[in-house]
Write a protein that binds this ligand. Structure first.
Ligand code: FMN
Length: 281
């Protein structure tokens, strides 16, 4: 999957990637348009980048009228990332998106809420996160996936994943960027190779302790090797984020390599082998 906010509106990827059948998570969409944070919004670090985009997006109405139809026509499987400042806002986004043709699924942004820091509503807390997921799930058809995206915070990952799974999330994305600071001190999120080991540890702990929870890994996936590391840690899928900013073909390369792996596994299964007692063919 293309990670939220890293594939632009989809149009930017078109010259580099066959969009037909591609799973793309949109940048996080709010009910009303957001102008975003002040420039510069990204800063290079020795092993990744810090970003402070501030949820720049055109708002739900404009997204439904322009970006979504284009993506659907291009054959993209569109997962809309939603972000709000209250349970009601998340639910309203889900309700309106449930009626929009071509929305394959939702991803709930629970790691970087809109207007963070409200005293009464802290969506990064597992209890509030679960309330959001339950409210979204009530508004969105049961046969379409709702992913809950969490921060790769080892101290809360298992608790958070359990809470959102019990509230009805189809799966968990681990994870979002790691809280960091821009060089000028503004809050931002660290992503890229620097966070891969942290995200891998979170994926490993959640999948080991909660085998029923399907986890999509994210954090510094820059090619087949890192993607395979997330799958080896127990993830059922991966997202490619910041790597797309310097090589937009990364998602196509990862996709092709994992499809080849799958084909090889199937061929091995069909050929049978003494090492696997389950093999019957
Ligand atoms: C420029 C940029 C914009 C992002 N925008 C969003 C966003 O709108 N919503 C969201 O949930 N995550 C957003 N993210 C976080 C990514 O989706 C991803 O979770 C994170 O960067 C870790 O993956 P990576 O190391 O492969 O980039 C953004 C990341 C970057 C670099």
């Amino acid at each position: 999957m293309v990670a939220s906010g890293c594939g632009g509106t989809g149009r930017e990827l078109a010259p580099y990637v066959d969009l037909d059948g591609l799973d793309l998570v949109t940048r996080s969409i709010t009910l009303d348009a957001r102008a975003g944070g002040a420039a510069p919004r990204v800063a290079e670090t020795p092993s990744g980048l810090v970003h402070a985009v501030g949820h720049q997006n055109p708002g739900l109405e404009h997204f439904l009228a322009t970006e979504l139809p284009w993506l659907v026509r291009a054959g993209v499987r569109v997962h809309v990332s939603v972000v709000g400042a209250s349970i009601g806002e998340y639910a309203e986004l889900a309700r309106r998106l449930s009626r929009a043709p071509g929305v394959a699924g939702l991803e709930i942004n629970l790691g970087s809420p809109d207007q963070a820091g409200e005293d009464l509503f802290e969506v990064r807390e597992p209890y509030h996160a679960a309330s959001v997921v339950a409210a979204v799930r009530r508004e969105f058809p049961a046969d379409r996936p709702v992913l809950a995206k969490l921060r790769p915070d080892l101290s809360r990952a298992v608790e958070g994943a359990r809470a959102v799974h019990d509230a009805g999330a189809s799966g968990v994305v681990l994870g979002d960027a790691v809280p960091a600071a821009m060089p000028d001190g503004r809050p931002g999120g660290l992503c890229g190779p620097a966070i891969t080991p942290v995200a891998l540890r979170c994926v490993r702990e959640v999948t080991a302790l909660l085998p029923d929870v399907e986890v999509v890994g994210a954090g510094g996936v820059d090619g087949p090797a890192t993607a395979r590391a997330f799958l080896a840690a127990g993830a059922v899928g991966v997202q490619v984020g910041a790597a797309l900013l310097h090589d937009p073909t990364t998602v196509a390369r990862v996709r092709a390599a994992l499809a080849d792996d799958l084909a090889d596994d199937l061929a091995d299964d069909l050929a049978g082998g003494p090492d696997d007692p389950e093999r019957t063919l």
